[in-house]
Design a protein around this ligand. Structure first.
Ligand SMILES: *Cc1c(COP(=O)(O)O)cnc(C)c1O
Length: 367
């Protein structure tokens, strides 16, 4: 590191690990000269965006010279009707990633501690570390959040606990009973973030949304996104639900035009396209069952998922599996970055994509 950087940059930035995104299709095309590629690496909707959202975006193209509505009035109103929550309980972000960063900027001081599961979504650590907070990563138990261990890690310095539900990368949920017990025993002044990015895919009757606790007035924030089932990952729009007090505090830190106008129009239309959402849900539900069946036939252990991706043990080095799949035009995520070097995380695609993934995986594992 140069002396200049060492003296001038905040020392926190040197503790950050670079984010490893799912490999973009275009990059694989350039690097391997392949044409026909499927991406099952970032839990995107394989059906694409809702045609209604695309139409709404086209309709707002003639407004590109104007700044977007900084208050996201129409989107907040639509979400308010949809969720039965007052508008002053809703935050809109440039993806829920931005909301995670704003939460950290609003609440975290150097002496604070945050707690999250390990492995879980890396943005919790990333955003907390930028602020210099101390990060406590509590290992999962049987691929699930271990709420007893999380409670045991809480002390007077704990400011935020992140619950990723369903958890990325394992796809598991904490059940309603577990959650109720946990929230009862957690000190009231600890802020709980319920990251529910995969909420709409859940099929498990044991699931309980953290929204219950927001409605009760607890110091809690629920995060959801338009990047997954709504199929709008490129637009960057997510939302948060919390008390008016917490929403007001976070809005103080927010850039005035954080959500662009195409994202605002697209999100409203996507919310209204129930048919498209139901189809995404069905395709995922059928795809999950197909993949479970195939993994069982291949003798592979996998984690039952309540989201749109599956964490599966290939029994081989995941980097090797990744590179071999890549050469066959299939992009997945390796488990080594999550501390599970023989696992891969695969997004449930269309049936055609799932079959192609399985055929490719078979070829590799049988070789
Ligand atoms: C994909 C994902 C998000 C969504 O991020 P956006 O910034 O809204 O695209 C948030 N949390 C988890 C756990 C995710 O997997």
């Amino acid at each position: 590191m140069s002396e200049f950087l060492e003296n001038k940059a905040r020392k926190e930035i040197f503790s950050l690990k670079p984010y490893v995104p799912g490999k973009p299709i275009d990059e694989v095309k350039r690097e391997l000269g392949l044409e026909d590629i499927i991406k099952l690496a970032s839990n995107e909707n394989p059906l694409g965006a809702s045609p209604k959202a695309i139409q709404a975006i086209e309709d707002s193209l003639n407004q590109l010279h104007l700044y977007p509505d900084s208050n996201c009035f129409h989107l907040k109103k639509r979400l308010s009707d949809f969720l039965g929550m007052p508008e002053n309980c809703i935050l809109i972000g440039n993806g829920s990633d931005e909301l995670l960063k704003l939460i950290a900027e609003t609440f975290l001081n150097k002496e604070d501690e945050v707690i999250y599961g390990d492995p879980s979504f890396v943005e919790y650590e990333f955003t907390a570390k930028i602020m210099g907070a101390k990060c406590i990563a509590v290992p999962l138990l049987d691929f699930k959040y271990d709420l007893e261990a999380v409670l045991a890690a809480v002390n007077e310095k704990t400011k935020i606990v992140y619950i990723c539900n369903p958890n990325n990368p394992t796809g598991t949920i904490v059940t309603a009973d577990e959650l109720k017990d946990f929230v009862l025993r957690l000190p009231d002044d600890v802020i709980v973030i319920f990251d529910e990015a995969y909420y709409e895919y859940n099929e498990n009757p044991q699931f309980l949304s953290g929204l219950e606790y927001v409605k009760e007035g607890r110091n809690a924030i629920v995060l959801r996104t338009f990047s997954k089932i709504y199929g709008l990952a490129a637009l960057r729009v997510g939302y948060g639900l919390s008390t008016p007090e917490i929403v007001g505090a976070i809005e103080r830190v927010m850039e005035p035009f954080n959500v662009n106008s195409l994202a605002q129009s697209g999100a409203i239309a996507a919310l209204d396209d129930i048919k498209h959402i139901n189809k995404g849900y069905q395709v995922n539900s059928q795809g999950k069952k197909y993949l479970y069946g195939e993994f069982e036939k291949m003798g592979l252990n996998y984690v039952k998922t309540d989201a749109n991706f599956i964490f599966v043990d290939t029994g081989k080095d995941s980097q090797e599996v990744f590179h071999k799949l890549l050469k066959m035009g299939v992009i997945i995520r390796t488990g080594d970055i999550f501390g599970f070097p023989s696992f891969i995380r695969v997004t449930v695609g269309t049936m055609e994509e799932n079959q192609r993934f399985i055929e490719s995986l078979k070829t590799i594992l049988e070789a």
